[in-house]
Design a protein around this ligand. Structure first.
Ligand SMILES: [Zn+2]
Length: 286
């Protein structure tokens, strides 16, 4: 992997066989990079793809979108990784916004989720806004429980795969494949796991969630030591770390950001991955 620093961006040359061939450009915005405790300088983790797909719906999703000048109504697809609150509690707000502020919107919100997820999300809406959203569950939302699917109205499709996290949350990750072959592996909230390693061989960029520091053994979370041992197995891959337990680089807080090898990029809120049509991708910071 070649790497050069220019201004505020880090450039990586794609070495995989998935070099985009023409006209492709995609962008992944990391509007939050913190774990469930929202360390100083970090909102809860999520990834926004091409301003129309959200991986998970953290509690402050609406605020995070508006803060980045992204209209919440442009999010037409949400892919859920698991049922922890920091990944899901924004859903009632998104549906409320859709019902009342996006009344003229013609297309439905597409939700990609595991079986029984509809029950979880609609209960959340009933608790949060009783009497307000029941009529919208089937009128404004398409519920897609497929394990593999095209993402509606986009250049992306996905394969969902099981990961290693609190079993009660039905945890999964997403292998996201652009029509030009670029593969982004979003591993959800997970500890080290064979399924992630199997799929990493075929990925161009891998997103790992690092929810815990090196203070014990946490099979359901990646720690810095786990991330280092992962990158030793995949030295040519770009690894992006999010869902970080540590305070943001620019703040003082309880958990200092860990020192990790240079091939690992610990994301900060506002960073984005730009995939351009000349076969390169870069991480940019605002
Ligand atoms: Zn979780």
């Amino acid at each position: 992997m070649q790497k050069k620093i220019r201004h505020n961006a880090t450039f990586y040359a794609i070495k995989s066989s998935h070099r985009p061939v023409s006209g492709t450009m995609a962008r992944i915005d990391f509007l939050g990079t913190g774990n469930a405790f929202s360390p100083k300088g970090r909102f809860h983790a999520l990834a926004i793809i091409d301003k129309c797909i959200s991986i998970d719906a953290p509690p402050t999703l609406i605020y995070q979108l508006r803060n980045a000048s992204i209209n919440p109504g442009s999010i037409n697809n949400i892919l859920f990784t698991h049922w922890h609150a920091d990944h899901t509690f924004g859903f009632p707000f998104i549906l409320l916004e859709r019902k009342y502020l996006q009344r003229n919107k013609k297309n439905n919100l597409n939700i990609y989720l595991r079986p029984n997820g509809k029950n979880f999300l609609t209960n959340l809406c009933k608790i949060g806004f009783p009497g307000s959203l029941e009529d919208s569950f089937d009128k404004l939302v398409n519920w897609n429980e497929s394990e593999n699917s095209q993402i509606m109205g986009t250049d992306w499709k996905f394969n969902r795969f099981p990961v290693c996290h609190t079993p009660e949350t039905d945890p999964h990750g997403y292998e996201l494949i652009h029509k030009n072959g670029f593969v982004l592996l979003h591993c959800g909230d997970s500890g080290p796991c064979e399924e992630i390693e199997l799929r990493s061989k075929n990925a161009d960029v891998i997103i790992l969630e690092m929810g815990m520091p090196d203070i014990g053994n946490f099979p359901y979370h990646h720690t810095p030591a786990d991330i280092i041992s992962f990158t030793q197995k995949f030295p040519d891959k770009l690894v992006l770390v999010t869902h970080n337990y540590a305070t943001s680089k620019s703040k003082e807080g309880e958990f200092k950001i860990p020192k990790l090898p240079k091939s690992i990029h610990q994301l900060e809120d506002g960073d984005f991955l730009n995939i351009s049509d000349d076969g390169t991708f870069k991480i940019c910071s605002i």
